[in-house]
Ligand binder design. Structure first.
Ligand code: ADP
Ligand code: MG
Length: 376
């Protein structure tokens, strides 16, 4: 049987009415959802009461609309093929956007149930559900994830940038001063066209200073050049003490070594580890201009670590500047570089170690913890 023209509409409505004849049995009469009935050309033949508050159109005006008026065009192809194509002669479900009045759109979920009469497809029931809230939640969650990722990335970048930025600013500042002096004297030399010994000495000492700063910075800039090997801690500390002995003697400082171990091995870069302890011992010596005792203690710890403490009787680090120690170029000394603490901490971190600083007016104790290298 082929159904033509206006018959289709009446049959479609009849199908609907028939299903509603017995109100106790009809799914539709009990259905509080908004739904519409459409024919094969996408024209709305019927709209339920719940459509009015949801879509903002009166039922009468809805029945003058086609699907292309109701649904946002982006979804139209999907909607049309969905309703009209032969492939779609089965129940389906998809998200779409409905054009509600005054140019506003509404996110909806559409369930389409095909209507057959004597095995011929006449149209569809479209059950329309408001999913604004769900969609907003979903968008908010996506945004939250995005924000979280951005924030994580930013904080990682800003940590790096903060250090790099601080360093760059500091380097520029520190290098500019000696360079200014060098340039000034060079200009003098050039103007006079004669060589004055003192100028050369100044140039030389300024270049020396740049070299000292750059040497310390190199440790920060090139951690990849490390050479890890088994290092005997006692041998290492003995070497360092020998190295520093003359400077200590000059300052009337007595160095006392106390190691609670015989052979203790750690895995690390020999030169960098030397650098760490030289920095701390130098600071200790510099903190005791009137002499005193400098203790170097080594204690094995139970957690597979060893602790080396450098204890001086110096003036201590005032509480107010304690948190600035380790910032690049922070120094209280006339000729300090303010890089020793930073470089040492960097090296300790790379060796998976830990650092603790105790300081009061009686002196300063620097405790370095390093993991012990066990041979098994
Ligand atoms: P520098 O020795 O070139 O000043 P450091 O990074 O080694 O740079 O030390 C930074 C600052 O920390 C010093 O200028 C000093 O004020 C303080 N400091 C470090 N170690 C000690 C210490 N043992 N006693 C007192 N002050 C210290
Ligand atoms: Mg120092």
């Amino acid at each position: 049987m082929v159904i033509h023209g206006t018959d289709r509409k009446s049959i479609l409505l009849k199908v609907y009415r028939d299903t509603n004849m017995d109100k106790d049995f009809s799914i539709l009469s009990k259905n509080r959802d908004a739904f519409i009935l459409i024919n094969l050309s996408g024209k709305i033949e019927y709209a339920s009461h719940a459509c009015e508050p949801l879509l903002g159109y009166s039922r009468d005006s809805l029945q003058l609309l086609g699907l292309n008026h109701l649904f946002v065009t982006d979804f139209l192809n999907q909607a049309q093929t969905f309703f009209i194509g032969r492939e779609q002669e089965k129940l389906d479900n998809f998200d779409a956007q409905v054009q509600v009045i005054e140019g506003c759109t509404l996110d909806v979920n559409v369930t389409s149930i095909p209507i057959f009469f004597e095995q011929e497809l006449l149209g569809s029931y479209l059950v329309i559900k408001d999913i604004t809230f769900i969609k907003q939640n979903r968008i908010m969650m996506e945004r939250e994830n995005e924000y979280q990722t951005i924030i994580n990335n930013l904080s990682r970048i800003s940590e790096k940038q903060a250090t790099a930025g601080q360093l760059a600013a500091g380097i520029a500042h520190e290098i500019r001063n000696p360079i200014t002096a060098i340039k000034g004297f060079l200009q003098l030399l050039m103007g006079e066209n004669i060589g004055n010994k003192i100028y050369f000495e100044i140039i030389n000492s300024e270049i020396d200073r740049i070299e000292v700063i750059l040497k310390e910075l190199m440790v920060l800039a090139k951690p990849s050049k490390q050479k890890y090997e088994r290092v005997n801690l006692k041998v290492l500390l003995d070497q360092i003490v020998t190295l520093m002995a003359s400077q200590a003697l000059l300052n009337n400082i007595q160095i006392i070594k106390q190691f609670d171990f015989a052979d203790m091995w750690i895995l690390g870069d020999m030169n960098q580890l030397k650098q760490v302890f030289i920095n701390y011992i130098k600071n200790a010596i510099e903190a005791m201009p009137d002499g005193g005792l400098l203790e170097i203690n080594g204690n094995p710890l139970v957690e597979g670590q060893v602790r080396i403490s450098i204890v001086d009787q110096g003036s201590g680090i005032p509480q107010g500047i304690l948190n600035q120690i380790g910032q690049p170029f922070f120094t209280t000394k006339e000729n300090g570089t303010g890089l020793g603490m930073l470089v040492s901490w960097q090296i300790i971190k790379e060796h998976k170690g830990d650092l603790q600083i105790e300081s009061d007016s009686n002196g300063t104790s620097i405790h370095v913890k390093l993991p012990v290298f066990s041979q098994e």
